[in-house]
Design a protein around this ligand. Structure first.
Ligand code: PGA
Length: 239
């Protein structure tokens, strides 16, 4: 694992966007998977700027949405679909046929999981993923102790995640489940960047990467990844 520590989230976002753009430029046709939380938003915004400046062609690769809250869709401000379309896919002018995301409004979550499995397989697996780390160590909606699987998972959300959900939605939601690409599939990605910013992530970063691999701290499972780059700002790297 390589760790990069930047002075602040703005510099971390710019530098990581350059890394991702280089990977896009060198690997047309490959599958990219970006988390939809607050953490990667600055980086995704920088990628949009690189696209507008003609420094990368984000339509040369494919995308798999990492996760979604079940029960919400694009029209719900705060859903992963809304956040990603309005801040990244749409702003960058990425064509819908390049993108596959989970439909949180589905009546059949298992079918939704299977269609994402098929999309990932069709594109030769995930090539490059950029992940955030939840306060409970989750990655996507791989909550503590989510079993490893070759298929996407429908999970009961942890209380820490339900509490954190309030910052994304401007109206109260009755959420209980999420759908996510499983951590085992993420581990198979060729390239992986994990980002954490701010002092409130310092403790979970320490638990995830200084402690042992522990299924109770899903981010720690990524210690097994051969090309993991951990991107932190100074505050998140405090411990
Ligand atoms: P955040 O969420 O980026 O909004 O802090 C991280 C996560 O839950 O993966």
């Amino acid at each position: 694992m390589e760790t990069k520590i930047y002075k602040n989230p703005v510099i971390a976002a710019k530098e990581t966007a350059l890394t991702v753009a280089k990977a896009v430029n060198e690997n047309p046709g490959k599958l990219f998977c970006f988390a939809a939380g607050d953490t990667p938003m600055g980086m995704l915004g920088e990628l949009v700027e690189l696209q507008k400046a003609g420094k990368t062609d984000l339509n040369s690769v494919y995308y798999a949405g990492l996760d979604e809250w079940l029960g919400v869709g694009y029209k719900d401000k705060g859903s992963c679909a809304q956040v990603m379309w309005d801040n990244f896919y749409g702003s960058a002018g990425i064509l819908p046929e390049r993108i596959n995301i989970f439909d949180g409004l589905t009546g059949d979550p298992l079918a939704e999981a299977r269609q994402m499995d098929a999309w990932i397989k069709q594109h030769g697996g995930i090539f490059f993923t950029v992940l955030g780390i939840g306060l409970n160590g989750h990655i996507g909606f791989n909550e503590p102790n989510t079993p490893g699987s070759d298929s996407c998972s429908v999970v009961l959300l942890d209380n820490v995640t339900l509490e954190a959900s309030k910052k994304y939605f401007d109206t109260p939601q009755t959420l209980s489940k999420g759908i996510t690409i499983n951590w085992k599939t993420l581990l198979e990605a060729k390239e992986m960047v994990m980002m954490a910013m701010g002092e409130n992530k310092a403790s979970i970063v320490e638990q995830s990467f200084k402690g042992p691999i522990d299924p109770g701290v899903p981010a720690s499972l990524m210690q097994r990844h051969k090309n993991l780059v951990l991107v932190l700002d100074e505050a998140a790297a405090k411990e």
